[in-house]
Each structure stands twice: as structure tokens, then as C-alpha cells.
Ligand binder design. Structure first.
Ligand SMILES: Cc1cc2nc3c(=O)[nH]c(=O)nc-3n(C[C@H](O)[C@H](O)[C@H](O)COP(=O)(O)OP(=O)(O)OC[C@H]3O[C@@H](n4cnc5c(N)ncnc54)[C@H](O)[C@@H]3O)c2cc1C
Length: 391
């Protein structure tokens, strides 16, 4: 049994968790991050999802700032990129520079994330599985249980962030969650002579194969195992078909890197104090912690993200971040992607650090205090802050 105490513990080291940990540490909290794989970045690195979607509304207005922007820059620090603006880093993005998004190498991004976390002084626990939550009599999480090579451990903190991608911490604490539906698919990197050499990354293009079949949720051990094996079967069938047709051989077309986590889009999210819903794009929320564009079309407007969608209905002492925040329908399509994971992650880290400092639960914090710190960090909270008229 190993025991540690922190101000803030972040469960899950995907983009949301990394943003939360960095923000909490920068706000002065003694912070730890717990990740079950050996890489930070979650789906963006371990899952080979190599596209950092846009920080703008597609019509020339930037809407996501702060860590969402810093992490986009980190994703290409060790090269390469597909930004249209090629002098990136020297002059700020301007509306005429094209969509503010890029593709990246998952390996480069993983290296840059390590660097950011270590430079921020965060206690990084990789290869460490969250496997339980302790609560006090007021339903407030006081410690998480983790398992790694040392055996079973207990990481206590004054505030927690659930950035597990599937609300694992809240669920293990007994909180209510809602499951999403997914279809079998696989993104993998392979060598392909038919690939467009101008495409990124030229040597190892990604192969995206989507299955037609709708699968169940991703919260059961059996289901996850079946999903992973089915998705890899898709890939084998693809190679078999192309080899059989004679257009490629095993010497020219072959897999190079496979995703090391299940590529579920929507596994499970918290039941929050509030829920972001269809039709709420372009809506002003008085407790907005930042904004995210709609990646599906430049004709679709951006969204403000309310803090109340990050607070579980019943479980206290914890803020949700990333694809686990409370949203449904098309709103979940927005909150689940990389830029919005960074937006909610940063807000969760700020809130957790503040809660720890005051020794209160994140749901007890006045929104104005969180907003004041986010603004100081360069985050724009409302559509009106970037010249867009919210409803
Ligand atoms: C096929 C596919 C294509 C996509 N395409 C894009 C795209 O083009 N652009 C885009 O922006 N987004 C895309 N997305 C969505 C996006 O990649 C993710 O939803 C986003 O990265 C989620 O970030 P997150 O931090 O919320 O969660 P995750 O990336 O899931 O991170 C959660 C982390 O928590 C860890 N964890 C979970 N449980 C535990 C536990 N019990 N103990 C310890 N650690 C734990 C996981 O290992 C993981 O590292 C795509 C998703 C999929 C599946």
C-alpha cells in the first residue's frame, strides 16, 4: 500500500486531464495525474487520433483560447504540422490564416505533453490504474485507490478531476452516469504505396475504417474486449481484401502502429447539475468557462460551455472534464473532441485548485471566482467577448 497526499489529483491523462493538471499546478496546487497507459494524451496519442480540430468558428473568429491553444502548439512542437500558416509560433493566428487546426504526429505530441507536465512540477503516475474511490459522509471524494507495480495505493486530495474519458472516478464513487453509443472503427498507421505523398504523414498514413454495425457501450469489460478485437478484425479484413485483389502485397502494404486504447467516441458521461443540449449553440450561459467551435461544418456556430455541466449531480469534491462532462446529442459531439477537452480541462484544473485552497468542494465555489482566474489566464468566456452575438 503506497500513500500520498496532494491538493489536486487528476484521474486520467488524456487531453482534458493534462490541461486540468497543468492549470491546477499553475494555479499553485500540489498536483498529481494518474494515467493507466504509459502515455499522456489519451485518444490523441495512445488512440492515434491525429487531428487537433479547430480553435475558431470556421469563419475567421477564434473561440478557444488558453490551454486549448497552448496544447495545439505543443502537438506540433516536435513536428510535423498541416497548419496553413507556416510561420506558426512567430506571429499570432489571424483570420486570413485559414482554419486554426492541425494534424500532428501522436508520438510528437506525447513527447511534448511529458515535457509540459514535468516542467509544471506535476507528480506523474503512469501505468497506474484508478480502481476505487473513497468518500466521506457527505458524498465527497477524499481519496482514490490506484493499482500499479507497487501494489494498491491511496492518493488523497482536497479536490479531484475526473478526466477518465468515461467518468470512471464518478462512477466508482457511486455517481450517476449516462452511456453513449458507438460504432466499430479503427484508425491505424500503415505503409501504403497508394497513399497521397502530399498527405500527412506521408510515410505512415492513417487508415480509417468504420464498421456499419452499431455496438453497445464501452463500460463493460466484456464489451470493451469485444470492441477492440472486432475493430482489429476490420483491419485484417481490409488487408486480406487488398492482397487478394492483387493491387498490393504484404511487402508494400502493411500496418505500422495500432491504437493502444479502444477508439470509442462516447463511452459514458456524468449526470451533471446541468446538461448541454441540442439547440444550445450560440447560447450565452452565465456560468460559461470557455467556448468551442463546431467541427462538423463552418456553417455551424460555436458553443459556450457552462461550468454546471462539469459538476456531478450527487458526488462532491470532483469536477468532470473532457468527454465526460454532461452533454447530449449534438452537444456531446462538441464537448468530446480535443479542443473542447482542453477547454473544460483547464477550467476543471482552475476550479479544483481553488477548491483545494479554500478547502471546499468545487460545487461550492462562486462561479465569478473561477471566471476571474480563467480570464487572467487568457481564456475568453463568452461569444460577446470575441464579437459574436450570443442568444
Ligand atoms: C475514432 C475517433 C476519431 C476521432 N477524431 C477526432 C478528431 O479528428 N479530432 C478531434 O479533436 N477529436 C477526435 N476524436 C475525439 C477525441 O480524440 C477524444 O474524444 C478526446 O481526445 C477525448 O479526450 P479526453 O481527455 O476527454 O479523454 P481520453 O482521450 O479518453 O483520455 C482519458 C484518459 O484517461 C485514462 N483512463 C481511463 N480510465 C482510467 C483509469 N481507471 N485509471 C487511470 N487512467 C484511466 C485513459 O487511459 C486516457 O488516457 C475522435 C475520437 C475517436 C474515437
Amino acid at each position: 500500500m503506497f500513500q500520498k497526499e496532494y491538493d489536486v489529483v487528476v484521474a486520467g491523462g488524456g487531453i482534458a486531464g493534462v490541461a486540468a493538471a497543468i492549470a491546477a499546478a499553475e494555479e499553485g496546487a500540489k498536483t498529481a495525474i494518474v494515467e493507466k497507459t504509459v502515455f499522456f494524451g489519451g485518444l490523441a496519442t495512445t488512440g492515434l487520433v491525429y487531428a487537433y480540430l479547430q480553435l475558431c468558428n470556421g469563419k475567421g473568429t477564434q473561440v478557444s483560447f488558453g490551454l486549448a491553444e497552448r496544447l495545439l502548439h505543443a502537438s506540433i512542437k516536435y513536428g510535423p504540422d498541416t497548419l496553413k500558416k507556416k510561420d506558426w509560433g512567430r506571429t499570432p493566428w489571424q483570420p486570413g490564416d485559414g482554419t486554426y487546426s492541425t494534424e500532428f504526429s501522436p508520438a510528437s505530441f506525447a513527447l511534448a505533453l511529458d515535457e509540459l507536465l514535468l516542467n509544471a512540477g506535476i507528480d506523474c503516475w503512469v501505468d497506474t490504474l484508478l480502481c476505487g474511490a473513497e468518500k466521506d459522509g457527505e458524498n465527497r471524494i477524499t481519496a482514490l485507490e490506484a493499482e500499479n507495480k507497487s501494489g494498491r495505493g491511496r492518493l488523497a486530495a482536497k479536490a479531484f478531476v475526473d478526466a477518465t474519458g468515461d467518468a470512471d472516478l464518478v462512477r466508482r464513487a457511486g455517481g450517476a452516469t449516462v452511456d453513449g453509443m458507438n460504432f466499430t472503427c479503427i484508425w491505424a498507421m500503415h505503409h501504403d504505396p497508394a497513399a497521397d505523398p502530399d498527405n500527412f504523414p506521408a510515410s505512415f498514413p492513417l487508415r480509417y475504417l468504420a464498421g456499419k454495425e452499431c455496438t453497445a457501450h464501452g463500460v463493460g469489460g466484456r464489451e470493451v474486449s469485444d470492441f477492440i478485437l472486432k475493430s482489429r478484425t476490420l483491419l485484417r479484413n481490409y488487408y486480406d481484401t487488398r492482397y487478394a485483389s492483387g493491387e498490393a502485397s504484404r511487402r508494400t502494404l502493411y500496418p505500422v502502429v495500432l491504437p493502444a486504447m479502444p477508439q470509442y467516441r462516447k463511452i459514458s458521461r456524468i449526470v451533471g447539475k446541468n446538461c448541454l443540449r441540442d439547440g444550445q449553440a450560440m447560447t450565452r450561459f452565465e456560468d460559461s468557462i470557455g467556448m468551442a467551435g463546431d467541427w462538423r461544418s463552418t456553417e455551424k456556430p460555436p458553443w459556450e460551455i457552462p461550468y454546471s455541466t462539469m459538476i456531478p449531480e450527487e458526488i462532491r469534491g470532483v469536477v468532470a472534464a473532457g468527454r465526460t462532462t454532461a452533454s447530449e446529442g449534438e452537444a456531446w459531439e462538441i464537448t468530446r473532441v480535443i479542443p473542447c477537452a482542453a477547454v473544460t480541462g483547464e477550467a476543471a484544473g482552475v476550479a479544483a485548485a481553488l477548491a483545494a485552497k479554500r478547502n471546499v468542494s468545487p460545487d461550492d465555489l462562486p462561479y465569478e471566482d473561477i471566471a476571474e482566474r480563467l480570464i487572467r489566464r487568457g481564456v475568453k468566456l463568452h461569444l460577446s467577448d470575441v464579437g459574436l452575438a450570443g442568444r
